[in-house]
Design a protein around this ligand. Sequence first.
Ligand SMILES: Nc1ncnc2c1ncn2[C@@H]1O[C@H](COP(=O)(O)OP(=O)(O)OP(=O)(O)O)[C@@H](O)[C@H]1O
Length: 355
Amino acid sequence: MSTTRDAVLTALKTITDPVSDTDIMSAGLVKALTVSDDGAVRFVMEVSPSQAELYGPVREAAERAVKALGAPSVSVVMTAHSAPAAPPDLKPQRKAEPSGPQKVPGVDRILAIASGKGGVGKSTVASNLACALAAEGRRVGLLDADVYGPSQPRMLGVSGRPASPDGKTILPMRNFGVTMMSIGLMTNDDQATVWRGPMLMGALQQMMTQVQWGALDVLIVDLPPGTGDVQMTLSQKFHVDGVVVVSTPQDVALIDARKGIDMFNQLKTPILGMIENMSTHICSNCGHEEHVFGHGGVAAEAQKIGVPLLAEIPLHLDIRLAADGGAPVVISKPDSPQADAFRAVARQLVADGKA
Ligand SMILES: Nc1ncnc2c1ncn2[C@@H]1O[C@H](COP(=O)(O)OP(=O)(O)OP(=O)(O)O)[C@@H](O)[C@H]1O
C-alpha cells in the first residue's frame, strides 16, 4: 500500500518547530510536498539561513516520521528564505526617535516616592508632600502609579472617572491645589487588575504623557513598593530628578529599602534622601512616646549610604484618620506637629530646588 498524502501531512504535524513551538506544518515550514504514485515523498523545508543548523535535527525527525509510514524514499530539501527587505522610508528628514529619558512637556521636575516594602506609608508621604508643596505655592501634580494598591483617590478625597473629551488625552482630577491622576481611577473598583509587564509600562507612559498635567513645578510619582517594571520604566523613559525613599525603622523594611536604593543607583536616578515613617508612636490621649517599630534605623541607614534623612514622621492616629478621611493631615490639621513634619520636608525640597 503506498503512502497517502494525508498520512504524510499527519506525520509531519507531529514534528515540532523549535522556533514557533507549533508543528512544522502549522509554522508553514513545509512547502511543495509531493507524494508520487509509488509513494516516494518529496518536500522542501524553508528556514532562515541563520537557523539552518537548528533545523538539522528537525529535518531528520521529519524524514524518520515519513519513512515510518512505509514510504520507499523521502527527500527533504532545506532552502533558506530571507526576510523581505523593508520598504524604503519615503518621509523626508524624519526626526530621530528620542533616545534616553525624556522630559514630560510642561513638567519642570519629576520626584518619585519609593519604598522597598508595602504599607510603610509611601502613599501617605506622597499625598502630604504634594499638599504641603501646593501650600508653599508650588504647582504640583501627583501621579499614583501604585498599580497594586492605588490609594491616592481615597487619600485626596477624589472619586469618579477622569474625562477624556477628545478620546486622546485625559483630564486629571484636582483637590487641595494638587493635580492628580491615578491608575486606580482608570480601572473598575470591583475588578482585581492583573498587570503584566508590557501593560504596566504602557499604562505608566500613558499616565505620564497623555494626562493634561498643565504647567507643573513638580510631578510627584507615588510608585508601587519594591523594584519592579514601573520603577524601571519610569527611570529609563523619563528624566526623574530625584527619589525619596520611605521606610519604617524595622530591619525587614530597611533591607527592602536598601534593594530599592541599589536599583535607583544602578539606574543613575539620584536619591534625594530617606524618610523614616512610623518613627515613634505618640499617644493621641496622653502624648506618651513609644518606639513601636524601633527608632533611628532609617537615620543610621541613610548615614551609611550617604544620603540625607529628610524627616522622621511619627506614627499618629491623626495621620491615619486624615488619610482615610480624604484630606491629608497637612490639610485637615495644618497646625499639628504631624503636619509640620511634612511641611518641613516640602520647604527643604523647595529650598534645594528639588520641588
Ligand atoms: N505616620 C503614620 N501614622 C499613622 N498611620 C499611618 C502613618 N503612615 C501611614 N499610615 C497608615 O498606614 C496605612 C498604610 O499607609 P500607605 O497606604 O501610605 O502605605 P504605602 O507604603 O503606600 O502602602 P502600599 O505601597 O502597600 O500601598 C494607611 O492606612 C495609612 O493611613
